[in-house]
Write a protein that binds this ligand. Structure first.
Ligand code: SF4
Length: 495
């Protein structure tokens, strides 16, 4: 087995049987094409030859909506890799003498394995997606994401100065999040919430890591929701661990207490990160963030009293039903926190809402006014000494294109790489492909209709009855539940 790094130009033998990529962020998608090109492997699945490797992909982006990347991949693994990946490799061993097409047909019948070339998107005469169907009745009509429910413990296996985090031992504390914030892929796509055992999992993993480094990272969508998280921290606060340095990902504000802040400070943490999403109580109800203003203030006070130097807050703009008054509420809340905790350095990370597949907000488009609202927050808060770090609005638009499109987007991804990968480059490539006759681009095995208007992908709220590019892929919750959650959120508008 070989692991490739995107910043190195290593080559593997073209004769390898398998070539895989895991995608965690939409904007990393075009890297797949660069990697294939470096290995002299054809970009398009339908043009690969018998002895080319089988190109497979997995990870959250491809599990949520793989369709824009479908024409580049032979196999997509949907869900947790613990069982799925070894299963896939074992089956590939058994069928390695079969023809390429027969290998794909066998794999298509394995739960969680999606073979895009064996599914055909059907469109109305207006170019609307009306179904994605298997090419024959031996192929399942839908594919269910696989969920691993046994031991989920994963931690760093290699600590090397050449990795992105050169000297830190990462440990997964929890998987998924039970909070169900309506926009959140990390919760909805990965349900159910699972925790690692303290005695048999986390403590041995910490001890193993400390043999290689004194830096520990505790990871998970919501680490402090682990029922024994405080026990883990108390254990790490022992004198024998005086030289370790601890980092944790963002925490739920309601779980913060002064003991937690004190231990984190003692173990080298300078800051605490909490996601408030919005300063508006109504908006927090809309997104199902069960967090009162008082709980936010308490978390800030505990961080301050515990001796932490910084509080990082995360907020989002452009959420469904958001109004000007909600933006003002965010500005006011941050200013109140500043007043309450003088001396605590405040940072506000701001992102724009991007719709994600398999969440209740998957039908909502991005709000064009989000760009202006980000500027409004910056203008009000920076002069007050609050550091505001906005995520690029252009990136959010590109993420939306990738998270909501179907496989007609693939020629755009192929065109837009390298210097073209700015928002302007994406828009230009999208329009060029849209204006060309896709049939003549020779990129697709079958002719597909024109791409939809870009505005429809970016900004429109879609009807709940619309066939989605991922309708044939089963996430943890059925569409009826997602609609229910969406409706519950939207009725908060009235309260
Ligand atoms: S608390 Fe955080 S991780 Fe959990 S659902 Fe909400 S946004 Fe997602």
């Amino acid at each position: 087995m070989r692991r490739l790094f995107t910043d190195q130009s290593e080559k593997t033998s073209k004769k390898s049987d398998l070539f895989g990529i895991s995608l965690s962020w939409e904007l990393d998608g075009p890297i797949l094409l660069d990697l294939l090109e470096k290995q002299n492997i054809s970009l398009w699945s339908h043009t690969r030859e018998e002895d080319d490797p089988i190109i497979f992909g997995g990870g959250p982006v491809l599990t949520a909506n793989p369709e824009p990347f479908a024409p580049f991949l032979d196999v997509i693994l949907l869900g947790d890799g613990e069982d799925l990946l070894p299963n896939f490799i074992d089956i590939m061993q058994e069928i390695r003498d079969y023809s390429r097409q027969d290998r794909l047909k066998v794999l298509a019948r394995i739960p969680g394995i999606y073979i895009p070339s064996l599914y055909m998107p059907l469109y109305s005469s207006d170019g609307d997606l009306i179904a994605i169907e298997p090419i024959n009745n031996e192929i399942p009509t839908s594919i269910k994401k696989q969920t691993w429910t046994s031991n989920i413990l994963s931690h760093s296996q290699v600590i090397t100065p050449e990795s992105a985090w050169p000297n830190i031992h990462m440990i997964e504390v929890v998987r998924s999040c039970p909070e169900l914030c309506r926009f959140c892929l990390a919760s909805y796509l990965t349900l159910p919430f699972r925790t690692n055992s303290l005695e048999d999992g986390l403590i041995p993993a910490v001890e193993k890591g400390l043999r290689a480094t004194n830096r520990l990272g505790l990871l998970g969508a919501s680490v402090t929701q682990h029922p024994q998280f405080m026990d883990l921290l108390r254990w790490l606060s022992k004198d024998s661990f005086d030289d370790i340095h601890l980092s944790i990902s963002s925490v739920r504000a309601v779980t913060v207490n002064s003991e937690m802040a004190t231990i984190l400070r003692k173990r080298g943490c300078q800051s605490l990160t909490i996601a408030i999403e919005s300063g508006s109580e109504r908006m927090r109800r809309v997104v199902n963030k069960k967090l009162s203003e008082e709980e936010i203030f308490n978390a800030a006070k505990y961080a301050y009293e515990g001796g932490l130097k910084k509080l990082k807050l995360y907020g989002m703009v452009g959420l469904p039903t958001e109004k000007e008054i909600d933006i003002e509420a965010t500005i006011n809340l941050i200013l109140k926190i500043k007043k309450l905790t003088p001396g605590l350095k405040l940072t506000l990370g701001l992102s724009t809402f991007v719709p994600k597949a398999h969440t209740p907000f998957q039908w909502h488009g991005i709000k064009p006014e989000a760009k202006k609202r980000i500027q409004q927050i910056i203008k009000q808060l920076r002069p007050q000494g609050i550091e505001v770090r906005p995520e690029s609005f252009g990136w959010s638009l590109i993420q939306t294109i990738l998270s909501r499109s179907d496989r007609r987007l693939a020629p755009v991804i192929a065109k837009v790489r390298g210097s073209e990968s700015s928002l302007g480059g994406w828009k230009k490539a999208y329009q060029e492909i849209r204006n060309s006759n896709i049939e003549t681009t020779n990129d697709q095995p079958i002719p597909l209709p024109k791409l939809p208007e870009l505005e429809e992908i970016l900004f429109e709220t879609w009807s709940n009855s619309q066939v989605l590019p991922w309708s044939h892929l089963e996430g943890p919750l059925k569409s009826e539940f997602l609609i229910q959650h969406q409706q519950q959120s939207l009725t908060q508008e009235l309260n």
